[in-house]
Design a protein around this ligand. Structure first.
Ligand SMILES: NC(=O)c1ccc[n+]([C@@H]2O[C@H](COP(=O)([O-])OP(=O)(O)OC[C@H]3O[C@@H](n4cnc5c(N)ncnc54)[C@H](OP(=O)(O)O)[C@@H]3O)[C@@H](O)[C@H]2O)c1
Length: 332
């Protein structure tokens, strides 16, 4: 393996903290309405919500499956930033009817949302299907966001240029492809939990690319981001078998991506460093000309993506498949 093939420089980047990004650009968040999904007590989104509150937005809409999962975050914001309004939104991403109800009914009075951060997700869970019959990780990590984006877009468009829709993904995008001919792994008979996690992250990144392209003329920022390696509730399905499988992917400290390029997973990050990537996507003006790009370590990182992800035909194919699955067109 030659030194040139290995992406050492980016691995030496000092990770930004949320506080750093907010100090630089946080003024643009004053008075804004921000919706964040996946806010539970130990999640990166929970930290993101606490960090965003320090920038004096008007309203934070925080989603979780049950209010108790977000209660300590909400209590902390109310205590430290009493002037920031917080609204809890009940959202179950494995049920498309819950998504429609959340937007059509519970958010009916909110006409403008400046920033949406799609953070909720699940990693490498045992095979499961959603209420609507979709493979769990594909739906929760991706398809739910496709529908949510469609439903929320008019509110974001109402906020105008410099609003944003941020799709949280993962460096697992480097190990996956979309299994277009069998998106649900033959009803589970060919399911592999890590492969399905990678597929869902490829979908997230491709979706951000399509959406970013479609919305760039409106000045609506769209980025997919890898928050880095943060200890959270996400690792709950990482049992011994899965750890062994992931360990077996390494060769001398490197993993080969889908195109056979070696890369080195990141060092551990704190929740604040993980959330910094999302805040960068939301407001860092220096990346505005790269709508739809993938960010890692708060930097533009499309060079980390393999050919299947970068192939525009695949973005279109995914968009059309998603419209078919949610049984609604999503013209932009
Ligand atoms: N942590 C990392 O190292 C890492 C690395 C790369 C990418 N990511 C990505 O970062 C995002 C945030 O992960 P995290 O590390 O903060 O994990 P986390 O602590 O497990 O948070 C994930 C959140 O998603 C919610 N969620 C899961 N299934 C849901 C469903 N069906 N409907 C609604 N909400 C659901 C969880 O709710 P419950 O609390 O109710 O389960 C939780 O609030 C994920 O999308 C993940 O893919 C994380």
């Amino acid at each position: 393996m030659s030194d040139q093939q290995v992406e050492i420089p980016r691995n030496e980047v000092i990770l930004k903290k949320s506080e750093d990004v907010l100090e630089q650009y946080g003024k643009s968040l004053v008075g804004k309405t921000i919706l964040v999904t996946g806010v539970s007590n130990e999640s990166i989104a929970g930290e993101l919500a606490i960090q965003l509150a320090t920038a004096d937005p008007k309203l934070l809409i925080l989603t979780a499956r049950t209010e108790s999962r977000a209660s300590s975050i909400i209590a902390r914001i109310k205590e430290t930033k009493p002037d920031v309004a917080v609204r809890f939104l009940d959202l179950e991403l494995s049920d498309l009817s819950s998504i429609r109800k959340a937007v059509d009914t519970d958010l009916a009075d909110i006409t403008t949302i400046d920033h949406v951060v799609f953070t909720a997700g699940v990693m490498a869970c045992p095979y499961g299907v959603t209420k609507d019959g979709f493979e769990m990780q594909f739906c929760v990590n991706y398809l739910a966001n496709f529908l949510l984006t469609k439903l929320l877009l008019p509110k974001v468009q109402s906020a105008g240029p410099s609003s944003s829709m941020i799709v949280v993904a993962s460096s697992a995008v480097r190990q996956g492809v979309i299994n277009f001919d069998d998106i649900g792994y033959s009803n589970g008979s060919t399911y592999d939990s890590f492969t399905a996690y990678c597929q869902s992250n490829v979908a997230r990144v491709m979706f951000a690319k399509s959406l970013g392209n479609k919305l760039k003329h409106q000045g609506i920022r769209v980025f997919s981001i890898d928050p880095g390696s943060v200890t959270t509730g996400l690792q709950q399905h990482m049992d011994e078998d899965l750890q062994k499988k992931v360990a077996a992917m390494f060769q001398n400290g490197f993993i080969m991506d889908v195109d056979g390029r070696p890369w080195q997973p990141q060092q551990r990050a704190t929740r604040s460093q993980g959330a910094a990537n999302m805040i960068t996507g939301m407001i860092d003006p220096t990346i505005s000309d790269h709508n739809g790009a993938y960010l890692s370590k708060s930097l533009l990182a499309d060079d980390e993506l393999h050919r299947h992800v970068l192939e525009e035909e695949n973005w279109t194919r995914l968009w059309e498949l998603s419209e078919k699955l949610i049984q609604e067109p999503f013209p932009v």
